[in-house]
Every structure is written in structure tokens, then in C-alpha cells.
Design a protein around this ligand. Sequence first.
Ligand code: NAP
Ligand code: HSE
Length: 425
Amino acid sequence: MAGFGTVGSGVWKLLKENGDLITSRSHGTARLEIRRIAVRDLEKKREVEAPTNLLTTDCASLVDDPSVDLILELIGGTGAAFELVASALRAGKPVITGNKALLAERGQELFALARKHHTPIYFEAAVAGGIPIIKGIQESLIGNRIRSIAGIINGTSNYILQRMTEAGLGYSEALQEAKKLGYAEADESLDVNGWDAAHKAILLGSLAHGFLIDHRQVYVRGIEKVTPLDIRFASELGYVVKLLSLVIARENGSIEIRTQPSFLSKKNILASVHGVFNAVAVKGDFVGQSLFYGPGAGQGPTASAVISDLVEAARSSHPDRGFLPHRIDGELVPIDDTSTSYYVRFSVTDRPGVIADIATVLARHQIGISGTHSPVDPDHPDADFVDMVFLLHTCPFGVLKTALAEVEQLDCLTGRPVVFRIETL
Ligand code: NAP
Ligand code: HSE
């Protein structure tokens, strides 16, 4: 096992507590024993004690040890983790990993190596923590053409948004809480800039559609710029703000994929996914809509997912597990060609004609307005408004961008427009 942090310690604890149960449930096939543990710092005080003779700072020694059958990669990142996984595959040792960044960014090379050496990569823990969504798509829904996947798949962001909404916490305070609880990545910017969720969406989309989605072509926005003001306006309008990842198949086979904070109706089932919980709604042509729900991060749930792969690897003699592309290539829909309705908040100077000026530009681009919102203090009806919200009818994102670029030239604007998609799913 490489990595003895949040997840590695969880795996150690689970094996200690439930190892015998696993052996008996697998009729003796899965006798799991950790032979070596690679860490960065041998002197570090750890939450869980392991015999010191197991610890090493030399990842390569795990692969070289002839008594090691399987490699757990739980260190994270795309550098040392890549070297470890690649050398394990070359040595014919199956790999279990929870590292979505590694697979989404360097999966092309690693899955090719896995195929070349007939050695599997298992990655249940890489998406949605304890929810068995990888096996769900790879196995349980294999008979379906997947029409859409809509997921809340970053526990940290969901936790932060909820704490901002319900406890009125500031963004940084909420992030510190998520870090303390072991939800955040070692590089927490991946959680809040949307990339952790995007990596997971790339893996789900690739499994569902049979070609490895190129991360450089994926549209990603995070929650860093979500303000309490927009969360409040959303609520007043009947919505919640969620970091939503979408993978939608078009009739012609091309794929829409995006991750961004979005407005969701409070009535949508995903609106009630709170805190560190994740949910993935998968629509298949035969199964219809299925919802996978559970804890999306944290020590116990992630260790549970890692162990499921470990047992499968121990039991399985199937050589080609991992990702088997069945399309040579696939086409992604450019983000500008994707359409939804929108919430747009303009920060403006209150003067006669402001609304008309903005509406005129929008109309020039054939963008319809379905509603407006600008809170007025009932005790001061003459006070200037500074935030003008427009709800806009469905139009391509590219058209909206062009229109907003023109609106930004108006002298009444005091800041950049804030845009959320309204997803009806
Ligand atoms: P973590 O708490 O930061 O632990 C990382 C561990 O890896 C530490 O023990 C560290 O050693 C060790 N390490 C880092 N670089 C190393 C290197 N070059 N050589 C040897 N050891 C090295 O991270 P984590 O939260 O457990 O996450 C691990 C992986 O699981 C990541 O890929 C993450 O994305 C994924 N994951 C995490 C969660 C979660 O809820 N935390 C959920 C799903 C998936 P030291 O202890 O000596 O520093
Ligand atoms: N940092 C990740 C999250 C861990 O918050 O969802 C689970 O992949």
C-alpha cells in the first residue's frame, strides 16, 4: 500500500476490524495482508499505528517485493503515483487506486499499459467515495445505452455550499471544516475549482460512452466565486446552488460534458443532497432513471470502496479489467453549443432605463427574458437597487456570452455579470 493518510489509514483499520469477515465471505479467496506501506515521512505522527518494519519511503520496493501480489496506490497526484502504477502494471501486478486526477489526466497511457500487460486497474474509490457507481456503470447497467449522468460528485464543495447556505459560514471557514474532516484533496484547490468533480465526470463519461474523454476539452468551473448573495437569490427564486457535473448523450452520439455551479429547482431530488453526500443520477435507455446516493468522501466510505476492489482483484482472474475502449474516438459538444436557461445577475448603477438597456441588448441576440428580480426594501421603496437579476429563456451558451460581452460595455454596469445555468435535468 502506497499512502497512509486519510484513505490508507482507513483501509488499514477496515482490514483489522473486518479482515476475517472478508476472508470468510470470499470463501478463503481473499486473505488480505498488508506487506509494506510507502509514505513520504517516516517520522510523522500518525492516526493509526502500523509496525515500523512495514513502513518505507521507497515506492518502488513495493513492486519489487515478490511477496506482494497487488498494489494499492493511495498517495494522490499525477507524478509519483503515475510512476508507481506504471511500474506495477509492467510487473503484472494489479493496481487499486482512488486517484481520479491520475486516471482522468494520464489514463490514456495507464489503461494502454494495463491492456498491454493484461493487468487490471480497479478504481471504485475514484468516483463518489463509498457509492458503487463504477461497478454500477461497468456491470449493473452494462445492458443500457447511457443517455445522461447528472452528479453531485465532490463532497467538499457540496459540504462548503451547505455550510454557507445553512450556517451562514464564509467560504474559507467552511473549507477549513471540510479539510479537518478529511474530505478535501491534499491540493484542496482541485475541490473548489471544480477539477476534482470534472475528473470524476470524465471517468464516468468515459465508462458510459466508450472513449477516454480528453480533459483538455472539458468545461470546468468551481465554487470559488459563488457568493452568499447568489445563494440567497437562488433560494428566493426556488432554486439551490449545486456543483453539478453533467454528461449528456446527443442523438448523433456526441457528448455534452461540463462541471459548474448551477441552479437546480428545490423540487429536484438532487437538491436534497447535503453535506459530504454525493448522488449520481444515471439515465439508461432500458433501466430509465436510477439514483446512486451515499457518502462521497471521507475515510470510512473511501476505504470501503477500496476494499471492494481489493477483494474483486483477489478473487478475479479476469485479465482485462479497467477501462476497455470500444470506440476509436468520440466527439464532445463545444460548450458554446450547449443550451439551458440562465440566471444572470448584473451589478448596476440605478438610473432610469437600466433594465431597458440590458433587455435591448439581450433582445438583439434573440434572448428572451422569463423573469426579473431585484430586491427592494419594503421600508425604503425609493432606495437604489444594485443587483438586477434576469432569468433568461433557453439559448446556446455561446449566444449568451456574445450578448453579455455587449452588455458589459454599458456604462451602468459596475461589475461583471454573474451567470448560473438553470438545469432542469
Ligand atoms: P492524504 O491524507 O494526503 O495521504 C496521502 C498519503 O500518501 C500520505 O500518507 C503521504 O505520506 C503519502 N505520500 C504522498 N506522496 C508520496 C510519495 N511520493 N511516496 C510515498 N508516499 C507518499 O490523502 P488521502 O485523502 O488519503 O487521498 C489519497 C488518494 O485517495 C488521493 O488520490 C485522493 O484523491 C483519493 N481519494 C481521497 C478521498 C478522501 O475522502 N480523502 C476519497 C476518494 C479518493 P505522509 O503521510 O508521510 O505525508
Ligand atoms: N476531495 C474529494 C471530495 C474526495 O471532496 O469529493 C472524494 O473523492
